[in-house]
Design a protein around this ligand. Structure first.
Ligand SMILES: Nc1ncnc2c1ncn2[C@@H]1O[C@H](COP(=O)(O)OP(=O)(O)O)[C@@H](O)[C@H]1O
Ligand SMILES: [Ca+2]
Length: 495
C-alpha cells in the first residue's frame, strides 16, 4: 500500500499533464484575447458622395472606406456610379428647376445604396466644371439660378450636404492628379508621381510634377501640396474652350468664316451632312465674338474625311507662335518640360478606346494611319459598322482623334518617345480617374500632410510574435517542471 503511494508520489506525469492542459488553455486564451483585442473591427464603412456636374453630363459617385481607417492611403474606393439622365446642368439655363429635377433619380439611388444609419454623416458635394464656368461668364444670374435649383433638390436628401460650387480650372487639374496618384498608391509611398491629362467637353487639363519647375516662372500654374510628409510642386493648367466639344465649335466657327452656307469639313466622314443652326453654334462665349455679320439661320455641315487636311484645320485653332516664357504649350501658356508617366482619362480614353488606340506602344505614324482610315470611311458605312454607338459620338471620333493627337503632340509637346509614357485609362483599381475622388479626399482631410505613425509591427507580425513567445514560455515551463520532478524522483529515499 505504502509502496504504491510512494510510486504515485514519485510519478511526475499526472502533474505534468495538468500543467500541459492549463498551459494550452492559457496560450489559447492569451492568443485569442490578443487577436480579438487587436483585430480590425468588423468592416464598418463610411461614405462620401460627389456629383461631377460636367459640361456634357452629370455623374454621381459614391465612395466608401473602412470606418476606423480614415487616415490611411489606398483605402477610399468608388462603390457606385450613377449617370444622370440628360445633359449637363449648364444646359438648363433657361429652365433651372429641371437641373434640380434631373439629379433626383441618382440621388434616390444613393439613398438606397448608402446604409440608412450613415446617411446623416455622409458628406455630399456637387462640383461643377467648365460648362458652368462658361455659363457663369456669359450669364451669371442664370448660373446662380441653376445652383439654387440643384441645391434645393440636394437639400431634400438626408445626407450632410456641403454645397454646390464651380471648381476653378486649377482645382480640376490638381484634384485629377491627386486621384490618379492616390489610387496608384504613389503618394504614401513617396514614389515618382504620374501626370494627369483630362479631356472634358468644355475644358482640358494637364497636371504634372517636373523637377525643373519650382513654380516661380508662372506662379498661377503652380499648386503646392504636402502629402504624407512629402512636398509636391505641381504644374497645372486648364484650357477653357479646349475641351473636345468647345474645340469643335472653334473649328466650325473657323470654317464658317470662309464658307458661311456650306462647310466641307475634312474632320467629318464623306457623305456626312447635317444642318447646324448658327444660334446653336454661337451660344458659347468660346466662339460668340467670332459670329459673322449677317449670317444665315443655319449652315450645312458636310464631311470630306481627309485626315491631313483635318489636322491642318485643327492646328488653326491653336496659337503656337506667341510665348513670353522659356517654354510654352500653346496660346502663350507656360509649360515646363514634360516629365514621367501620364494617365489620360475622360474623353481621351473614350475616343482612343473607340479607335482601338489605347495601346501607346503603337507608333504615332501607325496611330495617324488608323485615324486617317477611320476619317476616310463613308458615313453610311461607319453607321452600319457600329450600330450600338451613339450617332453623335460616331460622327465626332474622326475630329476627336485628330484633335487629341494635335493637342498632345503640337500642344503639349509629346514626342514619339514621350507619347509611349501616356496611359489611356478609365479606372484605377475599380475607381474612375477624374477630379471627384481627389476633391473629396481634400475636403474630408483624408490625406494627411504628415505620414501617419505606424505600429512597429504589422498586425500579422504582432500575432505571430505573441504566439511564438507564448509557446516558448510554455515549453520552458514544461521542461523546468519535468526536470524538477525527475530530480525529486532520483533523490535517495530516507526510510
Ligand atoms: N462614350 C463616349 N465617347 C466619346 N466621348 C464621350 C463619351 N462619353 C463621354 N464623352 C465625352 O467626354 C466629355 C466629358 O466632358 P465633361 O466632363 O462633361 O465636361 P467638362 O469636364 O469640360 O465639364 C464630353 O466631351 C463627352 O462628349
Ligand atoms: Ca469632366
Amino acid at each position: 500500500m505504502s509502496a504504491q503511494r510512494e510510486m504515485k508520489e514519485k510519478n511526475p506525469w499526472p502533474v505534468t499533464i495538468i500543467i500541459i492542459v492549463i498551459g494550452v488553455i492559457v496560450i489559447v486564451a492569451l492568443v485569442t484575447v490578443a487577436v480579438l483585442q487587436n483585430m480590425p473591427l468588423s468592416q464598418k464603412y463610411k461614405y462620401g458622395i460627389v456629383l461631377d456636374a460636367g459640361s456634357s453630363h452629370t455623374a454621381l459617385y459614391i465612395y466608401e472606406w473602412p470606418a476606423e481607417k480614415d487616415n490611411n492611403t489606398g483605402r477610399v474606393q468608388q462603390t457606385h456610379v450613377c449617370k444622370v439622365q440628360g445633359p449637363g446642368i449648364s444646359s438648363y439655363a433657361s429652365e433651372p428647376w429641371k437641373a434640380g429635377e434631373s439629379l433626383m433619380a441618382c440621388m434616390q439611388e444613393a439613398q438606397q445604396r448608402v446604409p440608412g444609419k450613415r446617411h446623416l454623416e455622409t458628406p455630399l458635394y456637387l462640383g461643377a466644371t467648365a460648362g458652368m464656368r462658361l455659363l457663369n461668364m456669359e450669364n451669371s444670374s442664370a448660373s446662380d439660378a441653376v445652383f439654387r435649383a440643384v441645391e434645393r433638390s440636394l437639400h431634400t436628401f438626408p445626407f450632410n450636404f456641403q454645397g454646390a460650387r464651380i471648381l476653378s480650372g486649377q482645382e480640376e487639374g490638381a484634384f485629377g492628379w491627386v486621384t490618379v496618384n492616390y489610387l496608384a498608391d504613389r503618394l504614401e509611398q513617396g514614389l515618382e508621381t504620374t501626370g494627369a491629362l483630362d479631356l472634358g467637353g468644355a475644358s482640358t487639363q494637364i497636371s504634372f510634377v517636373s523637377s525643373n519647375y519650382d513654380g516661380s516662372e508662372s506662379p498661377s500654374n503652380s499648386v503646392t501640396f504636402r502629402l504624407y510628409g512629402n512636398n509636391y510642386n505641381l504644374y497645372t493648367n486648364s484650357f477653357l474652350c479646349y475641351g473636345k466639344d468647345q474645340a469643335m465649335k472653334l473649328l466650325l466657327a473657323q470654317q464658317t468664316l470662309l464658307a458661311p452656307k456650306t462647310i466641307v469639313d475634312p474632320c467629318f466622314h464623306p457623305g456626312y451632312s447635317e444642318a447646324v443652326s448658327y444660334s446653336g453654334l454661337y451660344d458659347s462665349p468660346c466662339v460668340s465674338n467670332r459670329k459673322p455679320q449677317g449670317a444665315p439661320e443655319a449652315f450645312n455641315h458636310t464631311g470630306s474625311g481627309n485626315f491631313l487636311q483635318c489636322q491642318d484645320v485643327v492646328k488653326s485653332i491653336f496659337n503656337f507662335t506667341y510665348c513670353k516664357y522659356s517654354h510654352c504649350s500653346f496660346n502663350g501658356v507656360f509649360q515646363p518640360l514634360l516629365q514621367g508617366h501620364f494617365g489620360a482619362f475622360s474623353a481621351y480614353y473614350f475616343v482612343m478606346d473607340f479607335l482601338n488606340l489605347t495601346d501607346t506602344s503603337i507608333p504615332l505614324t501607325k496611330v495617324k494611319e488608323v485615324i486617317s482610315s477611320y476619317c476616310a470611311t463613308p458615313w453610311d458605312e461607319v453607321k452600319r459598322q457600329h450600330p450600338g454607338v451613339k450617332v453623335k459620338y460616331l460622327a465626332e471620333y474622326c475630329f476627336a482623334g485628330a484633335y487629341i493627337l494635335t493637342l498632345l503632340t503640337e500642344g503639349y509637346n509629346f514626342t514619339s518617345d514621350s507619347y509611349t509614357q501616356i496611359e489611356f485609362i478609365k479606372k484605377i483599381k475599380g475607381s474612375d480617374a477624374g477630379w471627384t475622388l481627389g476633391y473629396m479626399l481634400n475636403l474630408t482631410n483624408m490625406i494627411p500632410a504628415e505620414a501617419p505613425d505606424s505600429p512597429p509591427l504589422p498586425y500579422a507580425g504582432y500575432v505571430s510574435f505573441v504566439t511564438v513567445m507564448a509557446v516558448l514560455l510554455f515549453v520552458l515551463v514544461i521542461v523546468s517542471t519535468r526536470r524538477f520532478w525527475l530530480r525529486c524522483s532520483k533523490r535517495p529515499q530516507i526510510v
